[in-house]
Design a protein around this ligand. Structure first.
Ligand code: GLU
Length: 290
């Protein structure tokens, strides 16, 4: 059931697997201010499907940092871990449409299958496209594996899914401005993406489209690093008959060396900046939102 949609709905959707840095602050502020300017609602959604990496202390720190920045969000906080039932229903719908198949391959098996082919095609994130091993598996073997309790991930059969589309897919992209443009979606560049992982019964792509629809999200402001993933999101929305929000992909805040901010690169967190005496106004200035 979707929440009421009489007003624009914006959301900031961090994953609680680390502390927030300036890039998160920029994204959160863009959504918050977009909501305020459009007379809309602002939701905070904790993207915690990955139980191995999500930590309650990071969630607590995220809430604390955002409140310190001056953000107010609608209560309750939404959490993806509370929606596994909805993700399972969405996966069932994809199964019923015949556009997903179980995949038993390990990461190592996939690497071995593609190694040796130097120009093996890669997705926009640089990962090798899935070589289709389990798509070609015979029905009997597939059933035997499932009966034997072998855990499977579920992959979208990209060719079949795209072949069934009645018209080309696209989305309305506003970037960081007021004027929208139409972008043509190209989900094929991702190959047979995973829609439900072996260890988690959903994936980022599936959970995000189900949640955006469930929560009536109309406007998604997020980093450019997710621009290409929007093609997969549009395809899933089409297959699941879900509405498409407007998208506003913004530039990424980079470190002094021009690299992406990240924990692994030792980037400063909002916590670090706070303890060095930065104020919320300083943070806004640092991300160019004075
Ligand atoms: N949870 C994702 C992240 O932290 C953002 C997802 C989205 O905005 O669609 O990168």
């Amino acid at each position: 059931m979707s929440e009421t949609q009489s007003q624009p709905v914006w959301r900031f959707a961090p994953s609680p697997n680390g502390l927030l840095h300036l890039g998160h602050a920029y994204s959160a502020l863009r959504n918050y201010e977009g909501a305020r300017r459009s007379g809309g609602r602002f939701l905070l959604r904790i993207e915690d499907i990955d139980s191995g990496r999500s930590r309650p202390e990071y969630e607590a720190a995220i809430l604390d940092d955002l409140a310190w920045l001056g953000l107010e969000w609608e209560k309750p906080v939404r959490r993806q871990s509370e929606h596994f039932g909805e993700y399972a229903l969405a996966l069932d719908r994809l199964r019923n449409r015949g556009v997903v198949y179980p995949c038993f391959c390990t990461r190592g098996e996939i690497s071995r299958a593609v190694e040796g082919t130097s120009d093996w095609p890669r997705d926009p994130d640089g990962a090798p496209l899935y070589p289709g091993t389990c798509k070609r598996m015979g029905r009997e073997q597939r059933e035997a594996f499932l009966m034997a309790g072998r855990h499977a991930a579920w992959r979208l059969d990209m060719a079949d899914a795209c072949a069934g589309l009645e018209q080309p897919l696209g989305w309305r992209e506003f970037g960081e401005g007021q004027d929208g443009r139409d972008v043509r979606a190209e989900p094929q560049v991702w190959g047979d993406v995973v829609v439900a992982r072996r260890d988690v019964p959903t994936s980022y792509h599936l959970a995000v489209v189900v949640d955006d629809a469930l929560q009536g999200v109309t406007d998604v402001a997020r980093g450019m690093d997710l621009f290409h993933a929007t093609s997969v999101h549009r395809l899933l929305q089409e297959l699941l008959d879900l509405p498409a929000p407007d998208y506003r992909h913004h530039h990424l805040i980079l470190d002094e060396g021009g690299g992406k901010l990240s924990k692994s690169r030792g980037s400063k967190t909002l916590r670090d900046l706070r303890s060095e005496g930065a104020t919320p106004a300083d943070i806004r200035r640092m991300v160019g939102l004075a």
